[in-house]
Design a protein around this ligand. Structure first.
Ligand SMILES: Nc1nc2c(ncn2[C@@H]2O[C@H](COP(=O)(O)OP(=O)(O)OP(=O)(O)O)[C@@H](O)[C@H]2O)c(=O)[nH]1
Ligand SMILES: [Mg+2]
Length: 441
């Protein structure tokens, strides 16, 4: 029988209210022991919490009980909503620690029990982890769809369809010698399979957008040394994140800032100035700058307005060509700069920075357009969908192969999809998924 676990489920202390949650078979005894005025099974009520040894009142709070299996974990659950003082929470936790059969929960253990008891599938567990970690509106929307079970429902539909398709093929294999079977039963399977492959393809195509929402829209600032990249980073962050000097080559490492623009997480990376150098450290910095550019969703090349030297080739490959230090020359509106640029900015001119922020925000928004239909955003999910897609394509295209081989490929696809909801052979990935949770969830 499972042990009864407890933990503080609400956030940092002190707080107005703190929630201590208990799950497991001993909930009834816990209530009897420390809340004798309350009756387990009553959904909610105000009650004193007493130290059973001394008989004194520890705190007074709301008690909620959920009788299993109608609870988050599927087990009996009690929640104490107590005053959020550190000493109050410590005292209540100390009471629980003394009760036989109770132990403190591990990170994610409540959710693990919900999964074990079939309350949540793995896509819902992942959604929950994402919801708790969400920083932007777009991330929240994506995560709540997963918690609500849309990916699970779709995967279950596909699994159901695959089972029925496979049974039709099995039937044809079994009755292959009987002459009165009209036509080929499995013919209808291949057209159904084609539809499923199309659906998988569509969801695979949207995983990248899901990943941008989940991991953030990545913007890399590039340019020659002294172009004003670090100054721009500081302007965007609204604080002094990067060291700024007039010495070329100040920045060597990559420096990241997370912004929340237009409901999306944007990660801006400042880089070392790109130029030819024999200095080992600078060389490494330039290499990292290029690597960051390659993995970004948007690159911005800064070219200082007072830099009369020619542009570096990389500039033209950037998504946005920005003239920086525009205050140094009378550039905005009046003179036309000798190169085609998208925007001119100056760290001394807030309005110009605002314009750049709008351009970034616009690009980020475009990168996730149509995101309402995105159900999958994790690498694990992408790999599972892709494995299923490949196996189904093999099954469909293997027209010269025996039916048994084609049916086997469909089974492989089922297994890949089953892994995504946690139905088959997932011991190895459980640890990774549940390690994302904090204690109390
Ligand atoms: N007048 C003016 N000076 C600026 C502006 N932006 C940056 N600077 C100055 O230009 C110099 C270089 O700025 P940084 O932000 O360190 O340039 P960087 O591109 O990060 O340089 P590295 O890290 O060496 O590659 C500093 O002295 C800044 O104060 C601007 O918009 N206007
Ligand atoms: Mg710099």
């Amino acid at each position: 029988m499972a042990e009864t676990i407890y933990a503080l489920s609400s956030g940092g202390l002190p707080s107005g209210v703190a929630i201590i949650r208990i799950s497991g078979p001993d909930c009834h005894d816990v209530i009897e022991c420390i809340c004798p005025e309350f009756e387990f099974g009553k959904p909610i009520g105000l009650s004193g919490i007493f130290d059973p040894e001394q008989g004194n009142l520890v705190d007074k709070g709301l008690i909620l009980t959920f009788v299993g299996p109608h609870s988050f974990t599927g087990e009996d659950i009690v929640e104490f909503h107590v005053h959020g003082g550190r000493a109050v929470v410590d005292a209540v936790l100390a009471l629980l620690e003394k009760i036989d059969g109770l132990r403190h929960a591990e990170p994610g253990e409540f959710t693990y029990r919900a999964f074990e008891n079939g309350k949540l599938d793995l896509t819902q567990v992942e959604g929950l982890a994402d919801l708790i970690a969400s920083e932007s509106e777009a991330q929240r929307k994506l995560a709540i769809e997963a918690v609500g079970g849309r990916p699970r429902a779709l995967l279950e539909k596909w699994l159901y369809q695959l089972v029925s398709m496979r049974s039709l093929i099995e039937a044809e294999i079994d009755f292959v010698d009987e002459e009165d079977i009209p036509g080929s039963v499995s013919d209808q399977v291949w057209s159904q399979l084609e539809i499923m492959i199309g659906e998988l393809d569509q969801h695979l195509a949207s995983v990248n957008t899901g990943q941008i929402i989940k991991n953030g829209f990545r913007v890399t600032l590039l340019g020659k040394p002294n172009a004003g990249k670090s100054t721009l980073l500081n302007c965007l962050a609204g604080r002094d994140v990067a060291i700024v000097t007039d010495i070329p080559g100040t920045t060597r490492d990559l420096l990241e800032v997370r912004l929340n623009l237009g409901g999306q997480v944007i990660i801006v990376t400042d880089t070392a100035g790109i130029h030819k150098t024999d200095d080992l450290i600078e060389k490494e910095g330039v290499k990292r700058a290029h690597q960051s550019a390659e993995t970004s969703d948007m690159t911005i090349w800064l070219h200082a307005a007072d830099d009369k030297l020619s542009m570096v080739n990389d500039a033209t490959a950037a998504d946005l060509l920005v003239i920086s230090k525009a205050d140094k020359v009378v550039l905005i509106e009046t003179t036309k700069f000798p190169i085609d640029y998208d925007l001119a900015i100056s760290s001394l001119n807030e309005e110009s920075i605002e314009k750049l922020v709008n351009r970034i925000s616009q690009a980020a928004g475009q990168s996730v357009s149509g995101s309402e239909d995105i159900l999958f955003s994790r690498q694990r999910q992408k790999e599972g969908l892709l494995a299923a897609y490949n196996a189904l394509c093999k099954a469909k295209n293997g027209v010269t192969e025996p039916l048994e081989v084609r049916a086997e490929n469909m089974r492989i696809a089922s297994d890949s999809l089953g892994k995504l909801i946690g139905r088959v052979d997932v011991e190895d990935i459980l640890g990774r998924i549940f390690s994302e949770f904090c204690v109390g969830k």
